[in-house]
Design a protein. Structure first.
Length: 342
């Protein structure tokens, strides 16, 4: 019998990532889509092959038997919809970030664990060929004592949705794009224990301008940071530096990368390379030559394989909780202008 799938939140990522993947799996039936805007939900259902459309998730679960749910709502509504889906017996793939607060992420992880359901988060960069390569080969770098994670846009304030609204999103580039590079860095490093966190956030450009490469916004309603710079110290004394921005006066249009610095060699995520110094000359030790591809399908495939066959790995609720804790600590440090110990 086919597993019945629903999507809550009929936006762009729901269509281009979640629905488009579910359509490729013959083991799945596209049962329902839910969005507060019923007209949009109906249009999404028609265009993507879903059998029914709803404007209320509780009603959907009362009327439909759902096995798998994707949560693609604005961040503020992740918690209530994830909990509702889990309590109605569904496995859940939730877009990042896990939630608005650490407490919410913890409750979500506990609920999934207590019910034996899969709760996964779409931190898709860790499913890239590049991330898997670095994780497998990282011993060649020796003792990795510095890591630099960057998710920077020169002019990339999102001009759609609610990305500039702190009340709905919880934050700006850190919780939207920086969180991806933070997750893949922690994944490659095997999630070392954190000692303390420091961060500084800025709101220097988003409140002055109204148009960029990703459309227009109201600078009077721009309530998130437009850049944040953080420093994480692990219990072993090693550090991770994080740089993230929606808008920053830099030469490059965008930088999305993680660099690892070990005492034997260094490495980068994009492109995937391992290199060292040979008497003053750069020596490339390994460069597999991956063509960078969209890693969303691999992330979705891992989730579906886990649900259907209980095999492979996903970004678990517990790992999501670790990342949420770091994000919360970075924001707390920036707000208090003080070091936060974990």
């Amino acid at each position: 019998m086919k597993k019945r799938v629903a999507i809550i939140g009929a936006g762009q990522v729901a269509e281009t990532v979640h629905a488009s993947y579910y359509q490729t799996r013959e083991e799945l039936e596209l049962a329902a889509v839910c969005d507060p805007n019923l007209e949009r939900a109906n249009e999404f259902a028609r265009e993507n092959g879903f059998l029914a459309a709803y404007d209320d998730a509780k009603t959907m679960f009362q009327r439909e038997a759902i096995d798998i749910v994707s949560i693609c709502t604005p961040n503020r509504f992740h918690f209530e919809n994830v909990m509702l889906a889990l309590q109605n017996g569904a496995h859940v793939m939730c877009e990042k970030p896990p939630a608005m607060t650490l407490e919410e992420a913890e409750q979500m992880a506990e609920e999934a664990a207590s019910r034996g359901h899969v709760l996964a988060y779409d931190f898709h960069h860790r499913f890239s060929n590049e991330a898997r390569f670095l994780k497998k080969e990282k011993a060649r770098l020796g003792d990795i004592y510095v890591t630099r994670a960057q998710a920077l846009r020169r002019s990339g304030v999102p001009g759609w949705g609610t990305f500039t609204n702190k009340e709905i999103q919880g934050g700006g580039p850190l919780i939207d794009i920086g969180i991806h590079m933070l997750d893949v860095a922690m994944y490659v490093l095997d999630f070392p224990k954190v000692k303390r966190v420091m961060a500084k956030s800025f709101q220097k450009i988003g409140t002055k301008k109204s148009t960029g490469s990703f459309g227009s916004w109201d600078p009077l309603k721009f309530t998130v940071e437009d850049a944040l710079f953080g420093w994480i110290e692990f219990e072993n004394g090693h550090i991770l530096e994080l740089e993230t921005s929606f808008a920053l006066h830099m030469k490059e249009n965008r930088i999305f990368n993680v660099s690892f610095f070990g005492d034997e060699a260094g490495g980068t995520l994009y492109p995937a390379e391992i290199f060292t110094d040979n008497d003053g000359d750069l020596e490339i030790l390994q460069a597999p030559g991956f063509i960078q591809e969209d890693s969303h399908p691999a992330s979705m495939a891992a989730f579906v394989e886990k649900v259907l066959f209980d095999r492979g790995d996903v970004v678990t609720g517990r790992e999501g909780l670790i990342i949420q804790r770091l994000v919360a600590a970075l924001y707390e440090s920036a707000e208090k202008e003080a070091c936060v110990y974990l």
